[in-house]
Ligand binder design. Sequence first.
Ligand code: FMN
Length: 217
Amino acid sequence: MNPTDKPNLPDLRVSYNQGELDEHTAPADPVELFTLWINDALEHKLPEPNAMSLATNGLDGTPTVRTVLLKGIDERGFHFYTNYESRKGHEIAADSRGAACFLWASRHHQVCLKGRISKLDRADAEQYFAVRPYGHQIGAWASSQSQVIPGREWLEQRDAEIKAQYPEGQVPCPPHWGGYTLLADEIEFWQGRVSRLHDRIRYRKENGVWVKARLSP
Ligand SMILES: Cc1cc2nc3c(=O)[nH]c(=O)nc-3n(C[C@H](O)[C@H](O)[C@H](O)COP(=O)(O)O)c2cc1C
């Protein structure tokens, strides 16, 4: 195949046959099921199993989406870290509604969630920043995330300047960098099945209680 050939997209399809999901036996708590599925992705050594597509509401009303890494889950929600001054940071400040989607393709698993996004505490950011590799810590200072920059050279110059300023082990957590958490009020699990008769189990928080429903594929 020539790398510039048009890909034959209509003929691309997978038969989904890795398992099943039943609303009667699925855990009452969707976070328990999420934990089972992300651990399954880890066991199967899937690449970047904690990567999620994160959708926010653009300032002009058009949805925006990008990948971020899930870095924790607790009663506050699903945590990720980023630059508070990035495009997503400004969008979240204007509208806290958000959604995320995980795809563990070879396991025929998808999880989609939606809810409200809020900032994690400064202490969470400092704790996580401290365990990041040196290069990543420097990058958080060097990158004015989502801004237009003059070129690659400019970025590398900034990186070098910040490295000169902060030796390894002495990089403070930037004030513009930190965590967010997506507290879900709806989480949907998709298990691919044969002949496109997939299992879709939706959990919705109603009066403080998770309620399960099966959706048509
Ligand atoms: C696999 C993968 C993981 C990523 N993880 C993060 C992350 O955890 N935090 C982050 O700010 N950007 C992450 N990025 C970069 C984002 O997708 C995005 O380019 C960046 O956050 C700027 O997005 P924005 O302009 O919409 O704010 C990741 C990208 C990829 C492909």
